[in-house]
Design a protein around this ligand. Structure first.
Ligand SMILES: [Zn+2]
Ligand SMILES: [Zn+2]
Length: 416
């Protein structure tokens, strides 16, 4: 038993060692070749996931939150990443002894999302921002990983959101740092009215800056084009929304609101959206179904014996056609099963389910020739004349109208 206990302790100690030395790339879930953008994106996702405010009383999440910040700081700086890649954790430790070291993980979080690094606790929240992204039908059909840009308000990196060039922020002398001033009016002897107003010297912030940050001009924030990665899932509904939590405008004064992206369907651009020259760009979509108009000549509609190959949105071929003698009426609609949009599934393109598809509706338009060659016209005319008397169409008979007027059946009518 004693031996067992000791072995357990050893094993625990060993595990602890392993946990301590966990690879920074692994912590962020990225590979060694990851770009700065991928590092930032991994940090954004994981720091929100493990933030202590979202995981109260969960020590593991808190540890993760700290580790994610550590890993981010180690890898986002080119020099420190180089040292880490060559000498690992030990190399970085030595470097930190010479100055630098870790920052508060909550400071780092607030650099990304604003609001002093915390979510709840009565923190004011910024507005949500709605962005519309135009997606081609082809991308709705195939699914696509892409990105878009928008002008996002970001916390100034130069001054870390202080607005000050030298980092010095003074308490406003006019309001004593309260951001408000109380003005007393005497209404009558011994009678006062108190009015509270925002301090105009500091704009209500309670702080003043002597040397403004030259980058943000003392505003602490600035708008910059920001790239957001977006995953359009196969068969996503038109006008469906993707919510990026806390990715809207950032500010030191509030927690960023959500960025809400609406996927609208854009008009097909034949040049840009159609590198494979698929016919499908002309499809129209309704829900999970697709619509297509096919034009037939008189001969095809009437006599049959024709085929069409439509190149679908992913390049595969849909074959339409009729045997000789099969008539297609103008306006007739064929229903082709399983050639509509992929049905969106919450598991995405996982191996655990087979993608199902909606329907494709093909509507036929028949075009009559403007003019026939004179020889052909004579032949047709003769053929018509020959057959007209024998099996010509009897419009009266086919109309379903009765032969004689319906008898009055004894109803008396007064003559007027
Ligand atoms: Zn003031
Ligand atoms: Zn600044």
């Amino acid at each position: 038993m004693l031996f067992h206990g000791a072995a357990w302790l050893l094993l625990l100690a060993f595990l602890h060692l392993v946990v301590c030395a966990e690879d920074y790339y692994k912590i962020l879930g990225i590979n060694k070749q990851a770009s700065d953008k991928q590092i930032k994106s991994a940090y954004r996702q994981l720091s929100k996931k493990y933030h202590p405010d979202k995981n109260p009383n969960d020590d593991t999440a808190h540890e993760r939150f700290v580790e994610v910040a550590e890993a981010y700081e180690a890898l986002i700086d080119a020099d420190s990443r180089k040292i880490y890649d060559q000498y690992g954790h030990e190399g970085l430790k030595k470097r930190q002894q010479g100055g630098g070291g870790h920052h508060d993980p909550f400071d780092l979080f607030s650099r990304f999302f604003g609001g002093g690094g915390h979510y709840q606790r009565g923190q004011p929240r910024g507005h949500s921002v709605e962005v519309k992204v135009g997606v081609s039908l082809r991308d709705f059909y195939n699914g696509r990983d892409t990105e878009f840009q928008w002008d996002k308000q970001q916390i100034c990196e130069e001054c870390d959101g202080s607005g000050s060039q030298d980092g010095a922020v003074d308490v406003c002398g006019h309001c004593g740092g309260h951001g408000i001033r109380i003005i007393k009016h005497q209404l009558a002897p011994g009678m006062f009215q108190q009015i509270q107003t925002q301090c105009d010297a500091c704009g209500g912030r309670g702080k003043t800056i002597k040397h403004k940050c030259p980058v943000c001009n003392g505003n602490r924030v600035l708008r910059k084009p920001t790239t957001v990665a977006i995953k359009i899932e196969r068969g996503a509904a038109r006008d469906s929304k993707i919510v990026y939590e806390n990715e809207a405008d950032a500010s030191p004064d509030y927690v960023a609101g959500d960025l809400v992206v609406t996927l609208t369907e854009k008009e097909p651009d034949l040049e840009l959206d159609n590198p494979e020259h698929v016919d499908g760009v002309f499809f129209r979509r309704r829900g999970n179904d697709l619509f297509w108009r096919e034009v037939l000549s008189l001969r095809e509609a009437w006599m049959g014996d024709w085929t069409r190959n439509i190149t679908h949105l992913d390049g595969h071929i849909v074959r339409l056609g009729r045997e000789r003698g099969q008539v297609v009426q103008p306006g007739q609609v064929d229903t082709v099963e399983n050639e509509g949009m992929p049905l969106w599934h919450e598991d995405g393109d996982s191996v655990y389910h087979e993608t199902e598809f909606g329907k494709l509706y093909v509507e036929y338009t028949v075009v009559l020739p403007d003019q026939l060659e004179s020889g052909m016209e004579k032949d047709f005319w003769a053929t018509w004349e020959k057959w007209r008397g024998k099996i010509g169409v009897d419009l009266h008979k086919d109309s379903g109208r009765p032969e004689k007027p319906i008898p009055d059946e004894g109803v008396e009518r007064d003559e007027l």
